[in-house]
Design a binder for this molecule. Sequence first.
Ligand code: NAG
Ligand code: NAG
Length: 531
Amino acid sequence: MSRQLVWQSVSLILFVTVWEFGNASRILAVFPSASVSHQVVFRGLTLALRERGHELVVVTPDPVRDPNLKNYTEIDVSYIYDPNIKLDLIELRRKMNWAEWICTVADGFHVVSEQIFDHSEFKKIYELGSGERFDLLLMETLYFPAFLSLAKRFDVPIIGMTSLSPALNLQYSIGNPILSTHQSIWDLQRNEMSDPPTFFERLRNFINVWKYIYYFNTEFMPAQHAIAEKYLGIEIPDLGEIERNLSLIFINQQAPISYPRPNVPTVVEIGNFHVSKKSEPISKDLQKTLDESKQGFIYMSLGSNVKSTMLDKKSRSEFIAAFSKLPYTVIWKFEDEFLPGKPDNVIIIKWAPQQAILAHPNLKAFVYQGGLQSTEEAISHGVPVIGFPVMADQDMNVNKMVSLGVGKKLEITDVKRDDLIEAIQSVATDGSYKQKMLNLRELLNDRPHDLLENAIWWTEHVIRHRGASHLHSSTADEPWYQRQDMDIIFVVTAVSLIASTLSLIIAYHLLSYSINAFSHHQLPVKKKKKM
Ligand SMILES: *[C@@H]1O[C@H](CO)[C@@H](O)[C@H](O)[C@H]1NC(C)=O
Ligand SMILES: *[C@@H]1O[C@H](CO)[C@@H](O)[C@H](O)[C@H]1NC(C)=O
């Protein structure tokens, strides 16, 4: 009996090992955005895939650098964080919307693409005859389509990934409907709109959206294509066509905290990949300060891309004045040594163990820039927010939080102390913000599967079937004017216009002819009478 049990166990172990071994794949992952908030999301998946027994080669500017991680090779491109580029994102917000900015700085994206292709270790992998083989390309699909070419180089399917909801260019590539005035289109974030939007606002968005898509496909993509061919030394099909064929796209767009929209079936929702399940370490000093803030404390951070030092003198003094009037301690992630005029209740720290701070029971409110990863962290710790959106999807995230009653929105280019005090006081004292945040967390956790496990399953699904053409929507293959029947609307409108104009002209001629005929007919009669 026990012998049989032993045999059963042995064969089970053998089976599991063989199964694991037989399914181990090699995955090339390329994540070119110099933004740690993007990278922590991707890392959540790549590390989990490694634990599943796959072997990964990861191109990233934020490597884990853990020598104990076997089968996890990192190509460190941290040099793309260029300290010489001093970009004032708050100033940028005053000037243009995000899509316009992408067009303005396009060359910067091309330079970074070349810098990554230039990495000597990376070259050894992609150069012809390197002998490297992969089963999948996993890549960030935001603004670096040049790397899509690697799928042709290695003849593998691609899974795209975004740490936020997709940019317009990706919506277009994958065949999603282009909804130029929908709240999910964050690329136009600075275009203020009425609710509901007026006809002219919609017209403006329509023009801006298609102008951007046109630009991206006719200028940005071809420039990226040239870079890819230069480095790979092979002929690459149109990058737009490769992107249309993405097997899947992992998108950080959980329905309850985004603006739900129609998506093609290749879209798989992800989320919370970076939220740590265990508590982060926190310094003794900080722990003590937080514990001793019996009145409660406020935490302020503008994230990793926006620096508090980008605030001009006036805004900074508004923050200081508002904070000094609060009965709470304020923990401010501030990247300078000194904050002139710092009130006693304000503590500045250069780097913040954010998740540990958010987890502290004395925290009353989180003043932030509206980044998606910070939003997810705030929700998972049940902390209401006050958002000062600066760029990209941040307006959309904060708008959503406001609409759910879990936060307030203020304007970073026009900070006013009274508004800030009012916002903090009401979020901190009115319990409904906190309660709604807790409800939201519950809603977000109520799902049939773990999002990370789901993403792993889909990744292996694509590897097993060498792609997922069964999910491909032909909407992606249609030219822009067919997608939303624009050509038909144009022809129908033109034909009706021509037809009605023609009928008007004909009617006019008929009428004037008959009037003429009538008066000619009448005159002789009159003449006759007179005669
Ligand atoms: C690394 O991955 C390969 C499969 O690509 C596998 O055979 C090997 O056992 C893995 N090594 C470790 C230490 O996990
Ligand atoms: C895209 O997929 C279609 C259908 O599978 C295929 O015919 C075409 O060659 C693919 N294009 C590229 C660039 O991979």
